[in-house]
Design a protein around this ligand. Sequence first.
Ligand code: CA
Length: 432
Amino acid sequence: MVQRLDETHDPARRSWVDSANGHFDFPVQNLPLGVFLRGDEPRIGCAIGDHMLDLSAAAGLLDPAWQRALSQPVLNDWLAHSPGDDRALRRRLSALLSDPAQRAAVEPHLVKQADVAMHLPVRIGDYTDFYVGIHHATNIGRQFRPDQPLMPNYKYVPIGYHGRASSVRVSGAPVIRPNGQRKRPDETEPSYGPARRLDYELELGLWIGRGNALGEPVPIGEAAQHIAGYCLLNDWSARDLQAWEYQPLGPFLAKNFLTSVSPWMVTSDALLPFRSAIPERPAGDPAPLPYLDDADDRATGALAITIEASLATAAMRAARTAPHRLSHGEADAAMYWSAAQIVAHHSSNGCNLSPGDLIGTGTLSTANDDGRGSLMEISQGGATPLTLSNGEVRSFLEDGDELILSAWCEAPGAVRIGFGTCSGIVMPAPAT
Ligand code: CA
């Protein structure tokens, strides 16, 4: 079912919260949900400009039927509501934050974003990471199999693996360099010590809203309705640990030491103006199998999201110089499979998804060199180190480096909305 735009997407709509008008991430057309700490207490909030609205404090202004779910310390109960409630909440928040007559009632419940810390927006039951970035898969595959970078299954199966939910953290969490087993090609035996090839992966995250019962797959035509919203996701990766451990069962300790997500859940409703047709598959590629094919998804399943990664070294931060931009590209051109195809495939065997499950798209790299989504690609496995804007050189991340992901959406006739950032600073490995 294709959703329609409504008054909440009107580019002429303005907020009485001055900082929202022209805000690069959080104008009144966005209204992402998140969880912040008021003292020690996690509370659900909605971003508006430089502020957020405390939804439990403002519960009296909202539908009483929503009160219990919106007064919880995480969004899980809210995510189990119907998509109709998502849209009704969005319309109510948009009205409260744009109608000057509501200002006196709403303003006391605003909190300045700079004054509070953010928290994970949900209690994550399960985390799955996909591999739908075809240019990333090709770039990485070429380093190991120059003649056949993509495995034969890639264009039939949205490839994924189950990740680790316990180590997902909100943006800003320290990135402690993991210790692990490493073995360079010139070494005969592995040793245990700090990862020497620490990397990031630029991904989008999908937050599951309503789940599905075990044994009942989500049909592709309904899959988009199960995605409550999106975030930025950094799948921190220790490439040397990965190279030594990954065969035959895939990623393990090279990935599960930390995954970072941006704090704000940009809702599927907010992204409606930025939907477009899925890019045509190259001639000769197989058509998706019927359980992954849907006319509405073909027509509107791509999301015009611009994604960027930047690096601020300790020296750059000390000198107050701007971060070095590592990559810039478009998510929809990077994704061989749509978000709906990811959800339909994940549940196609009857696997049950639950409200608040997190799904990563996989690293999103563009076809050209400007949009490579990991240092493994940028430095070609360390063979071509990168010279940064201040003259420093990197093949992989060093202690003190801050990696910053950002994303935003632009389309004709729509107000730009953004995701905020997802960042982390690399800390030294614990002594072994
Ligand atoms: Ca990944």
